[in-house]
Write a protein that binds this ligand. Sequence first.
Ligand SMILES: [Zn+2]
Ligand SMILES: [Zn+2]
Length: 173
Amino acid sequence: MSKSSPEWLDRFLAKVGPPDENGCTLWLASPHSGGYGQFKVNGKCKTAHVLALELATGEHPAGLFALHTCDVKMCVNPDHLYWGTPTQNMADMVSRNRQRKSTARVCERGHRLVKPNLVPGRDARGWRMCLACHRTRCARDHAIRKGREAWSEERMQYTADQKFQQIMESANV
Ligand SMILES: [Zn+2]
Ligand SMILES: [Zn+2]
């Protein structure tokens, strides 16, 4: 890529939105099927965030991909992009997800993970444990051992919501 700014630069920048609260600058034109922004250069369709990183770094290392640190496919902020391999991308995604879940503030059913509803330690998947859901699973397993029919997801949610309320109320007295 040439050092001087390309003739399409203004056209490109006109399609970049202002930074959101995470600093992501989103591509304003519609994405293509992969979910990434696209942009036409000399009649050829290019991927918007790849172009953004090429512009910022002045290169496109052979065999490497423009990867997001923010996981937002439409983000074209070069600060959120780096050259890497697909394997690296997978590994980064997994570690970011793990981090997110180990600091999650609500459980899968939407109960706040605060004392006294927070069980110390983590479950097998590395998630922080919700006491209400834990008690609900115990109650369900108990019912199954007694030979009762399996609980539906609605019943699990309803029971867990009730237990969550009881747990939180017990903390206020
Ligand atoms: Zn971003
Ligand atoms: Zn829960």
